[in-house]
Every structure is written in C-alpha cells, then in structure tokens.
Design a protein around this ligand. Structure first.
Ligand code: ATP
Ligand code: MG
Length: 159
C-alpha cells in the first residue's frame, strides 16, 4: 500500500525524543519537505525504524548526536533512509556478521546495555521483504550509519 513516509519518520522521531533526552543524545530529523509516496508495509518499516533508532541512541554516549535522514533518489525510484550516530562504532571485524541473529559485539563495551542481538537481523528481514536492502558502515569510536531504502509507489513491486 501507499504510505506517507513523511509522517512515519516524524512519528518515529517523536517516539524516541524522550529516550534521547534521557540519554543526553540529541536526535534530529533531516527530511525533505516533500517525499514521494512509497510502497511499504507501515508496521514493518515502523519496526525497522524502532530497531535502528534504539540502537543508535543506546550505543551513543552522552552528548552525542543521532540524525534520521531521508534522501530521494529519483533515478532509482527509491527513498534512502539513514540513521547516523556519533556513537561507539563497530569494529570492522564484527561488521560482516552484525546482521546475524544473536550476534553482538563484546557486551562489556556497550554501557552495560542489554539486548538479545535480534534488532538488526529483524530489521534486515523486514527491509528485504520489500525487495529492498539495508547496509551499515561504521568506524570504531567515531560512529555508525545504517542505510536502507524503500521503493516509490509507482515503481514499487507488486504483491
Ligand atoms: P536487541 O536489538 O535485540 O535488543 P542488540 O541491540 O544487541 O539487541 P542488534 O540491534 O541486532 O542487537 O545489534 C547487534 C549488535 O550490533 C549490538 O549488540 C551492538 O554491539 C552492535 N550495534 C548495533 N547498532 C549499533 C550502533 N548504532 N552503534 C554501535 N554498535 C551497534
Ligand atoms: Mg538493537
């Protein structure tokens, strides 16, 4: 179904603004004024945003920043959505396994934050169910950016 991505992103940022404040992490939204209609499962993409925003805030020390960003790619008829943080980062040796179920980087480092290691695995499954994909770039002690894309409604897959 067609979905209002603009509203979805604002709602997601609103859901996490309190958590961000509690952790002294500044969450901001950089989204174009107008976004094309996209063909997505709203609940699924909400879940993806929840998983990625909770990671970004959870793994970013006090005073850090998280940006939720959307960019339109007219050529490929998709909207790129990224969550960028200034957090603890992920060592390169762990990056290739990070989307595996239950995979977590050394838990000692993550401010004692609990978790099961499912958030990224679920996010990837939900994004891939849209015929789309998700990728992660990260630098240890600098930050992490997770990017996924969703298809425009008119160019979207069927079914
Ligand atoms: P869950 O999401 O199931 O509560 P989790 O956050 O540990 O637990 P994932 O979301 O799958 O699991 O993330 C896997 C691991 O990747 C995390 O344990 C953490 O080590 C690392 N990670 C994920 N996102 C980030 C991030 N933004 N910055 C730094 N490390 C991250
Ligand atoms: Mg998580």
């Amino acid at each position: 179904k067609e979905a209002d991505l603009h509203r979805l992103l604002h709602y997601a940022a609103d859901r996490f603004s309190m958590f961000g404040e509690q952790q002294d992490v500044q969450l901001s939204l950089e989204v174009p004024d107008k976004l094309p209609p996209v063909y997505i499962d709203l609940d699924a993409i909400n879940q993806v945003l929840d998983n990625l925003l909770s990671n970004a805030i959870k793994y970013t020390p006090q005073g850090g920043k998280v940006v939720l960003r959307a960019k339109i790619n007219n050529h490929q008829k998709r909207v790129l959505i990224s969550i960028e943080d200034t957090g603890i980062g992920i060592p390169s040796r762990d990056l290739k396994r990070i989307f595996e179920r239950f995979y977590r980087v050394d838990k000692a480092r993550s401010r004692g934050q609990g978790g099961t290691g499912l958030g990224l695995a679920i996010a990837r499954e939900l994004v891939q169910a849209h015929g789309a994909d998700i990728e992660i770039t990260s630098e240890w002690n600098v930050g992490t950016t997770v990017t996924f894309w969703v298809p425009f409604a008119q160019g979207g897959k069927t079914g």
